[in-house]
Design a protein around this ligand. Sequence first.
Ligand code: PSU
Ligand code: MN
Length: 311
Amino acid sequence: MPVVALEALPDRILVAPEVAEALGAGRAVVALESTIISHGLPRPRNLEIAADIEAAVRGQGAVPATIAVVGGVVRIGLDAEALGVIATSEDVVKVSLRDVATVAARGGHGATTVASTAHLAALVGIDVFATGGLGGVHREARETWDESADLTTLGTTPITIVSAGVKSILDVPATLERLETLNVAVVGFGTDRFPGFYLNDSGFGLDWRVDSPEEVAAIMAARRDLGADSTLLVTNPLPVDRQVDPDLHERVLHEGLAAATAAGVRGKDVTPFLLAHFHEATGGESLRANIEIILGNAALAARIAVAAANH
Ligand code: PSU
Ligand code: MN
């Protein structure tokens, strides 16, 4: 996918001045998604958390670029007003890659998923992106065919994404198989276990472990040289003493899956439904973990972006 020169971008893509300046100077920039703000975290704390995520990126010396569609304009880097719209407006639609152009053409507001954020970040030349947990293959996929477009998009999008694995509401081994098929490179940061989002360890191993941002930067450079056009996924686990209690997790997960089926929840509503169920049914414990996950991933992504800028 070719990077479009910033001067040549169409009017419907607006890169914030601070982000454009950093990209032009080859300095570290970290893309951030907005679905986690609009649909993944409860209001009204979501706005405050969105600001904390950006601060975590700045704290490591990189410029944050939260991506969203606001009034039909794709914004790469949001000012306080735009962030407020995404966090508080009732009219914000969750937009995966297939939906972005439709929402833009209609002048609407859209919160970007991992798939659409990765695509737009790569389009403007941002190399590193932080999220909480990727979408993947859902547990009922054999009946529902529900597999996140995050997976197929990562197979064709050259960027580095930091995540705590995939959300633990998913079928993890099936998702790992799909990541392999789709040529998504996966490395564990400080571990050779695939993280389980709310859990430190999903129960599955990884082939590759890295222990420093510089090692990731070296892999990014090699991928560029070799023409790798898929995503490098850097998985960053919550420490064991910060994870959600595995027994609580197991119980709430099965209740949530049953509730989603009973309520007939489908399509792109499944993930927000299950996350909201977790946040309520764990008495805020999964929310605490989710916030720590995204803050930790934002900080690590910033360190990787700085290492890549200096490589
Ligand atoms: N990670 C989080 N919270 C979220 C998401 C990820 O910690 O809300 C969002 C991401 O935007 C991801 C999306 O791309 O959930 C996946 O949705 P689906 O399963 O419908 O593709
Ligand atoms: Mn889905």
